[in-house]
Design a protein around this ligand. Structure first.
Ligand code: LHQ
Length: 262
């Protein structure tokens, strides 16, 4: 049985982690299915934005801790390299916006998954837990040691990782103040808020957004000179899209643009 649900509606592909009795914790099947869903969203021109969310009350509780013994024949290093890392890289390389719709608690690899998305919307009943790794004697993984310091700075990232109390939960209000999420919503308004953000992203010039993601992804490693050159190259690519021409024409016609993602 599949561990995720995949649904495509009006340009928005929604991947729902679907192991609610396990708080949507990752087993090997779910890691592979999320990665494959991201890759099929990449191949499908009808997809112009992706939402990742969780079924039931949680977003994702990270690695299924009941599953670890069953994997005793594989090292943690190989497990990360062969299973999890390709999923996080697929998200980073997808040149379409990814929204993490954080409906409930996100812990361990679950909070890593949320930070690997491009935009986060969080329910006020959800929480982010960065201390789960240290709480079981592990280090952060799944890219959270890459993304978290870039969002909140190294000092805050270390504070969040090192407060090794698994009950140390970052609330939606705190997450918003730390720039960890872009929108928060009361549970009753959560689905509608996610829908609005996803629909808006799906109506924008998809190629330009994808190239913007590529540009921002490399910005941290580049000098100004290198980044200026990347901007020049990607601007050239964007200028050749139909959506660029539509954007110019709509401005001249004094109407709203109708972008097609091409
Ligand atoms: C779970 C889990 C779970 C199984 C809740 N597994 N069942 C690690 C190892 C190897 C390689 C790769 O990378 C990693 C990275 C990691 O992800 S390490 C971190 C692993 N995750 C955690 O340590 C989180 C553990 N869970 C929690 O701290 C809490 O459950 C959270 C904060 C997520 C939710 O708390 P509550 O809202 O109080 O719910 P709960 O604790 O009652 O959980 C609900 C159910 O979900 C419960 O099952 P039950 O049958 O009693 O209803 C939990 O056992 C189950 N569950 N997390 N990771």
């Amino acid at each position: 049985m599949s561990t995720i649900l995949y649904d495509l509606n009006d340009g928005v592909a929604t991947i729902t982690l679907n192991r609610p009795d396990k708080y949507n914790a990752f087993n090997d099947t779910m890691i592979g299915e999320v990665k494959n869903a991201i890759k099929s969203a990449d191949r499908d021109d009808a997809v112009r934005a992706v939402v990742i969310t969780g079924a039931g009350k949680g977003f994702c509780a990270g690695q299924d801790l009941g599953d670890v013994d069953e994997r005793s024949n594989i090292t943690f290093m190989d497990h990360l390299r062969d299973k999890y890392n390709p999923m996080i890289l697929a998200m980073n390389r997808l040149e379409k916006p990814i929204i993490a719709a954080i409906n409930g608690a996100a812990a361990g690899a679950g909070v890593s998954l949320a930070l690997a998305a491009d935009i986060r919307v969080m329910s006020t009943k959800a929480s982010l837990i960065f201390a789960s790794f240290a709480a079981i004697g592990l280090v952060p993984d799944n890219g959270v040691s890459y993304y978290l310091p870039r969002i909140v700075g190294s000092a805050k990232a270390l504070e969040l990782f090192m407060l090794a109390d698994r009950n140390h939960r970052i609330s939606a209000e705190q997450a918003l103040n730390l720039n960890l999420v872009s929108y928060i919503a009361e549970p009753e308004a959560f689905d509608e808020t996610v829908k609005e953000v996803a629909s808006r992203l799906a109506s924008l010039p998809t190629r330009a957004l994808g190239l913007t993601k590529r540009m921002v992804n490399v910005a941290w490693e580049n000098s100004l000179e290198e980044q200026l050159d990347i901007e020049a190259q990607l601007q050239e690519a964007a200028s050749r899209t139909a959506d660029h021409h539509e954007g110019i024409q709509a401005f001249l016609d004094k109407r709203e643009p109708q972008f097609t993602g091409k």
